[in-house]
Design a protein. Structure first.
Length: 461
């Protein structure tokens, strides 16, 4: 019997571990593993690891003894690996187009840009009301207006972030409460700062600054709650008065009526949005909301960018108008970039390919924004290298903000604003190359930060 193999009673060579199955000559015996692969095809094809298949086999009650007897493999993990190798990967695609939360309409964004720029006509209409001596070499009333504007931009940027945070948590009532408390506080603060910096006898400028603060607070309410379309008709009387001034000089009384009419309309609309504030249910604990300190970087970002835009406006007021109008297309292009990066996450399989995709989308969107600025600059005779570089600072700052890198964007913009302020204080007249150098350095720093974040999938969440 030498050379023979001893077998346990009832055992067959083709069911023993390590011994290949024997085929009966002349008979086409189906492979049971192939049969199992066909039966479990959809599940196996979608599995990302053999352990998923092993878990399914065990949940079906298939024991290791059964697997050894029927399939000639030692356990469920060995059978799972065999099935994983035999079935081609086919991951299921979602039904219909993939959800893209960054899709927004171009018309709505352009409307927001117009709404941002229209209040500038109020300064055109109200400038003759502030006739008087120049203050710090600036037209009468300019200092309190600038101080009030900076306070308003800073405060309302932080307030908007807090309200948006509540909206993101699904608590619209809390968002309205924060606006109801924060907007009036910002109005009082802006008017107070304007009063403190005004020169003696410049109460007209203080009154105008108070109205400006009231508009900024009310418009913040409407913009955060998605009611920018209501702002447009409310501002039409003021816009009509500014247009009338091109062909006929309006009287002082008419100027006041048009300015106060638009301001009153905006305030009433904001109050109507906040009037249906639901009350908290008695005994219900308030939801854990965003911390107040989390809105501080956004407020400082508003301060830094506001200072940079104001310095540009002192050199050429139309530069600020062009930048303000460009914020609508900038917002749309920002959403377009985020939409493209989301598509890159779905369609690329390596970090390098994802970085290339997002970098290409970034260059396209930034180029389109600069083309928009060129067109606006030419239309207003305000085109300059400084306008384009400052535009890069603003757009990349907004992009970093959307990435969640608000601290980096705030640090760069505030540092640039401080540098330009120091240059202004230490020179009788700031040469144009100083502002260009400051803006260029800030743009380069923010561009580097953006490039560092492009390849991080978590930054595109």
């Amino acid at each position: 019997m030498s050379g023979s193999v001893w077998l346990p009673p009832g055992a067959r060579p083709d069911t023993m571990p390590g011994i290949p199955r024997q085929r009966t000559p002349g008979w086409a015996q189906p492979d049971p593993i192939d049969e199992l692969a066909v039966r479990l095809d959809d599940f196996v094809a979608a599995a990302v690891h053999p352990d998923e298949i092993a878990a399914l086999l065990e949940s079906d009650g298939m024991s290791d003894d059964q697997i050894r007897e029927r399939y000639g493999l030692k356990n469920s993990f060995a059978l799972a690996e065999e099935l994983y190798e035999r079935v081609e990967r086919r991951y299921p695609e979602p039904e219909g187009p993939a959800h893209d939360p960054w899709q927004v309409g171009l018309l709505g964004c352009l409307l927001r840009g117009v709404v941002f720029a229209l209040p500038g006509l109020g300064y055109v209409l109200g400038a003759p009301l502030m006739a008087g001596p120049r203050d710090l070499g600036l037209p009468a009333g300019t200092v309190p207006l600038l101080a009030g504007a900076l306070v308003g931009w800073t405060w309302n940027q932080g307030l908007a972030h807090r309200a948006y945070s509540w909206l993101g948590l699904g608590d619209r009532a809390a968002a309205k409460r924060s606006l109801l408390l924060g907007a009036p506080a910002g109005v009082v603060l802006g008017a107070l700062i304007a009063f403190l910096v005004a020169s003696t006898g410049d109460m007209t400028g203080v009154a105008f600054a108070a109205g400006q603060s009231l508009y900024l607070g009310a418009s913040t309410v409407l913009l955060v709650l998605g009611r920018e379309r209501a702002l447009l008709p409310a501002l039409l009387p003021m816009a009509a008065g500014a247009g009338l001034g091109l062909v006929h000089t309006p009287s002082t009384a008419l100027r006041l009526v048009l300015l106060l009419g638009s301001l009153l309309a905006v305030v009433v609309l904001a109050l109507l949005e906040l009037r249906d504030k639901p009350q908290r249910t008695r005994g219900r604990q308030p939801a854990m909301g965003p911390r107040l300190v989390s809105s501080l970087p956004y407020a400082l970002f508003g301060l830094g960018t506001g200072v940079l835009v104001l310095y540009a406006a002192l050199g050429n007021a139309l530069t600020a108008v062009a930048l303000t109008l460009s914020m609508g297309p900038a917002e749309w292009l920002l959403h377009r970039f985020r939409s493209g990066s989301l598509a890159g996450l779905r369609n690329t399989s390596t970090a390098r390919a994802f970085w290339r995709t997002t970098a290409t989308t970034l260059v396209e969107c930034l180029t389109l924004y600069l083309v928009t600025l060129v067109v606006l600059g030419l239309a207003m005779s305000a085109l300059s290298p400084g306008l384009l570089v400052l535009g890069v600072v603003l757009w990349t700052g907004l992009l970093l903000q959307s990435f969640g890198a608000i601290l980096s964007a705030t640090a760069v913009c505030c540092a640039a604003a401080l540098a330009q302020t120091l240059a202004l204080l230490t020179h009788t007249g700031t040469p144009p190359w100083v502002a260009l150098t400051v803006h260029g350095t800030a743009a380069a720093a923010q561009a580097a930060l953006v490039c560092a974040l492009l390849g991080r999938a978590t930054a595109h969440r």
